[in-house]
Ligand binder design. Structure first.
Ligand SMILES: [Mg+2]
Length: 404
């Protein structure tokens, strides 16, 4: 049976949020990110792109390329709020959807009797989002998740595009191979060196050739080029979470030990989020006293996976929670309300050095194990954390969003 898969993507999301808050920024070249001398561009408006500006580049270079740009320090709590708003609208209108990142969604519109019905429904959904939030959003609709994502990219900015059944290959053929999700800079260079620039060339190649050039990834790219890779949607659940708990062998009131344990739990969970390319929007802390009464407290936070944001909030929650002067039997920390995404969203204040520090720490952990490097404050709790990746290891604590 044919499917109808809708892909929705908010246009230049951070930039659009800033323009909602300050309408004077409309149509002006705009850079959002770290405003310090060594900050990084997190998002840039279309007006800056013809100067060669792109996200991820050092802010000082972007300013040099486009000196007339307005530069704004990002504010992740604003973006999280608008992301939740859009999610609520989609949740109300579509029974099965995936939140692929803070500004990107898939919805399964199959089962609507005619394809035209789905297109009409998608159009109305998009118009509702634009009307209720004021944010520009684009969509692609086809029978295939990957093709729909590519179609959204072609529709942008602030537009929509439908690819009819049977026309997937024809739609993809004239596009650059760069447009295939999962073709990064490295893969692009390898393919370019082989003289391959358009998706149509990949379509005509035998799959074995792609395999020998790029390994397993070559097969995926070939399937995507041919409209044959159609991964299932991963339904959105707000309760999706990762957590760590510890029951002490002997009930304790040793505050140093308790705080060290909580700290190490927070550090481990933040690392697990980054490793799984996830961000969390809610933190919970739980304690169980020796009389078995259990209390927990949670707080909503802007989407993050950064230690320096998560750890202090976890410690605050613990302080607020620990009220009775009783021995403690168990402590636990949980991160929930997860979406895919990387942690640069939080680093508006920070610098390339901070990004490199996180990368370096995580690279060491990935190679030598999670406890190979830790903050001094969590050294007393060496056994917290493990090599397991909850997003693709065993056992699966939550269902991961597929990386595309
Ligand atoms: Mg977007």
């Amino acid at each position: 049976m044919n499917k109808n898969i809708l892909h929705l993507d908010l246009d230049t999301f951070f930039v659009s949020c800033e323009r909602l808050i300050d309408s004077r920024l409309q149509k002006r070249p705009l850079l959002v990110g770290g405003t310090g001398d060594r900050g990084v561009v997190a998002a840039c408006s279309y007006e800056t792109r013809r100067f060669g500006v792109h996200s991820g580049m050092p802010m000082r270079l972007a300013k040099r390329l486009c000196p007339e740009a307005v530069v704004i320090r990002g504010n992740s709590s604003i973006y999280t709020k608008y992301s939740h708003q859009v999610t609520e609208i989609i949740k109300e209108k579509v029974p099965i959807f995936e939140k692929a990142s803070i500004d990107e969604f898939y919805a399964d519109l199959s089962g609507m009797d005619k394809f035209f019905g789905s297109y009409k429904y998608a159009t109305e959904l998009r118009n509702t989002i634009i009307k209720e939030t004021g944010l520009p959003i684009s969509f692609g609709l086809s029978g295939n998740k990957i093709v729909s994502k590519v179609a959204t990219g072609e529709a942008k900015p602030n537009n929509q595009l439908r690819v009819d059944f049977g026309f997937e290959k024809a739609f993809m053929a004239p596009l650059s191979i760069k447009k295939i999700p999962s073709v990064g800079d490295k893969t692009y260079q390898i393919l370019r060196n082989l003289g391959i620039d358009k998706v149509g060339v990949v379509q005509q190649m035998p799959v074995e050739m792609m395999h020998s050039a790029l390994g397993v990834n070559g097969i995926t790219i070939w399937k995507r080029a041919n409209g044959l890779d159609n991964p299932p949607l991963i339904p959105f659940h707000e309760r999706k979470s990762i957590s760590i708990e510890r029951t002490f062998s002997k009930d304790t009131i040793d505050m140093l030990k308790l705080k060290t344990t909580i700290f190490a739990m927070a550090e481990s969970l933040a690392y697990q989020l980054r490793r799984g390319d996830k961000l969390a929007a809610r933190i919970s802390v739980k304690i169980r006293y020796s009389d078995f009464n259990t209390y927990s407290k949670q707080v909503n936070i802007p989407y993050t996976s950064a230690d320096h944001i998560i750890i202090p909030r976890v410690l605050e929650l613990f302080e607020a929670l620990y009220q009775r002067r009783l021995l403690i039997r168990l402590v636990g920390v949980k991160m929930s309300n997860l979406v895919s995404g990387n942690y640069q969203i939080n680093l508006f204040d920070d610098t390339e050095e901070m990004l490199s520090l996180y990368n370096a720490l995580d690279t060491i952990r990935n190679r030598f194990g999670e406890s190979s490097i830790q903050k001094a404050a969590s050294m007393g709790a060496k056994t917290i954390g493990s090599m397991k990746n909850p997003f693709n290891g065993e056992p699966p604590i939550i269902l991961a969003h597929r990386k595309q």
